[in-house]
Structures are given as C-alpha cells and as structure tokens.
Design a protein around this ligand. Structure first.
Ligand code: NAD
Length: 310
C-alpha cells in the first residue's frame, strides 16, 4: 500500500532509508546541512522529521511543526529531541534502539585493547622512529573483570563479546536485567560501588538522564582500582571530566577511553592531552552496517506508522 506525505531529512543518513521511503510513495527532501533558522521556518510543511545527532529538535521546532506526525531519530538516544514537547502535540517520536549495538560493542573492545596495550602511543612513537618496546608492558584482557554499567542493548552485546575474550563480567543496572543474558554469560550482578571497587575495566552504557549526569564524579572515580581503566561510549555528561582528569593525572586511575564528551567537539584539552587517555570523535555507531540498518529500520517504522499498522 502506497503512503503519502512530506519527509524532511535534516542530517546525513544512509541512502537505503531514503530510497525505501520514496518507493513507498513519500516525498523526501534531503537537507543534511539545514541550519536551525531554516528548519524552524520550513518545518511547517512536513509530516515527518528525520534527524541523527546534529539537528536539535527543540520546543521551538516542535511548535513550528504544525502538521508533523512523526519525529524520527536515526540512532539510539533521544537527547537531541524535546520528547515532552512532541508528546504534548501528539507527535510520535521513534528511534532505532538496536541498530548500533554491535558497532558500539566492537568499538568498546577496540578501546579496551588500545588502553591495555597502549596501541595509540605505540603507533605514534614507532612512526616517529622511537623504539619504545620496554616502556610498553601491557596487560591481558583474558581473566580480568569487566564492569558493565547499564546492561541494556549495548551493555549486553559487549558482555557477550567480552565473554568470548575470556573476561569475567560484573554488571550494574537499577532496572531488571534480561535473565537469559545473565545465565548465558554468568554476569555477576552487583551494586555500583562494588562494581567500581572490583573491576579491572569499567564500561558505561547508560542513557543521558538527570540521574546519570556526572554519575562518575570524584567520589565514584575514587572507588576504582588504580590499575583500572574506564571506557565511555554512552554520553559525555555521564562523567565529570574535571574529576576524571584529576584521578588520571594523579595516577589513581590507569587510563580512560572516551568516544563521547561533555562538549562535542571536546573542549577539555587538559584531559584529552593526557597520555593515558584515548579519544575518538563519537564514532560508536559510525559503521556502514549500523548506519544502513538504522536508516532501513527508521524508514520501515515511518511507513508502517503512516499506514496505520503500528
Ligand atoms: P538501552 O536503553 O538499551 O540501555 C541502557 C541501560 O541503562 C538500560 O538497561 C537501563 O536500565 C540502564 N540504566 C538507566 N539508568 C541507569 C543508571 N542510573 N545506572 C545504571 N544503569 C542505568 O540503551 P543502549 O542502546 O544500550 O545505549 C546505551 C547508551 O549508548 C545511550 O546513552 C546511547 O545514547 C549511547 N550510544 C552511543 C553511541 C555512540 O556513538 N557512542 C551509539 C549508540 C548509543
């Protein structure tokens, strides 16, 4: 069944979703560089608004979207969409929660190994002509304890991957955790303090909420072992970056890998410049496969909603 309506795609998304929306009968305007002022003035003509992370769907945008039925985020978190404002206007807000979980999981494994074996430093020094083999005594992942904070889609995927690397799993989540996953991986469920005190690697996968803001503050970071590493691929505001700088600088924590930052692009240069910090520019979901899947899933959901199926 064909559907009709105007779709505004505000950020770059994989072509596959655009093609399937057009194929279903929708008129798709692709404006991946649209500025906020142009968005507010033109959004009134659209039934569907599609965004990734760049575009902020503020209350002002929602108020101007007088004929909108759907706001779609081609990704996981909805922190760039004013969901409450949309709900009060009966606009459906949708996302693609599982599309990125393999991509983020694989990045976390890469970051853990980068930290454990100092790969970024080894690469930079070798290319500079410095043979610093004796300074690069690493640590193995096998047999170590991985603490997973937030055992949702991504946290569970990382648990499975880490299990294959023969790591032991500890998990913390205030909400019920999938029982099959626990019995499959043998993850030990505990409170946050015990996890922080016990883990050799801690990886964070919580949503950005008022409760998770600065959940890694100086008090919590002080509970971690001085030999431990912290990895954050969730949202930047989950870590107090100044507190993280202090524990890393003073040797109270061995290292950290950050894909997300309190400000993006990051402004905390003193933290980024530490040699025991590995940084990537929010590339957790940045694989061809994850972007294709997210775009396809979102297009399919939009078509089904407009058909009245879901
Ligand atoms: P999810 O909703 O499947 O899992 C989140 C888990 O966190 C849930 O199990 C929830 O119960 C738990 N949680 C909520 N509050 C908590 C708290 N206070 N303490 C501990 N756990 C808590 O989400 P997901 O798909 O696994 O995504 C996790 C995070 O990764 C999100 O912040 C998302 O925005 C981020 N993400 C980042 C990238 C990237 O490019 N780096 C890509 C995709 C997702």
């Amino acid at each position: 069944m064909q559907v009709s309506g105007n779709v505004l795609v505000c950020d770059s998304i994989d072509q596959v979703g655009i093609d399937s929306m057009k194929h279903a009968g929708l008129t798709v305007h692709y404006k991946p560089d649209i500025r906020p002022v142009e968005l507010v003035s033109s959004v009134k003509d659209y039934d569907v608004l599609v965004v990734r992370s760049r575009t902020k769907v503020t209350r002002e945008v929602v108020d101007a979207a007088v004929q909108a039925k759907i706001i779609a985020r081609v990704g996981v978190g909805l922190d760039n969409v004013d969901v409450k404002a949309a709900e009060t206007k009966n606009i459906r807000v949708i996302n693609a929660p599982e599309a990125a979980s393999i991509a983020v999981g694989e990045l976390v494994i890469g970051l853990m190994i980068s930290l454990a074996r100092s790969i970024p430093k080894a690469d930079a020094e070798t290319k500079r002509g410095n043979w610093i083999k004796k300074d690069l005594m690493g640590t193995q992942l096998s047999g170590k304890y991985l603490g997973v904070v937030g055992v949702g889609n991504i946290g569970r995927n990382i648990g499975r991957m880490a299990k294959a690397l023969r790591m032991n799993l500890i998990g913390y989540d205030p909400y019920p955790i999938n029982r099959e996953f626990i019995s499959e991986t043998g993850m030990i469920i505990t409170d946050l303090n015990t996890l922080l005190e016990s883990a050799d690697f801690v990886t964070c996968h919580v949503p950005a909420t008022p409760e998770t803001k600065h959940m890694f503050n100086s008090e919590r970071l002080a509970k971690m072992k001085p030999t431990a590493y912290l990895i954050n691929t969730s949202r930047g505001e989950v870590i107090d970056e100044n507190a993280l700088y202090e524990v890393l600088k003073s040797g109270k924590l061995a290292g950290a890998a950050l894909d997300v930052f309190e400000a993006e692009p990051p402004t905390n240069k003193q933290l980024m410049n530490l040699t025991n910090v590995v940084c990537t520019p929010h590339i957790g979901a940045q694989t061809k496969e994850a972007q294709e899947l997210a775009s396809r899933v979102i297009a399919e959901k939009i078509i089904q909603i407009l058909r009245g199926v879901i």
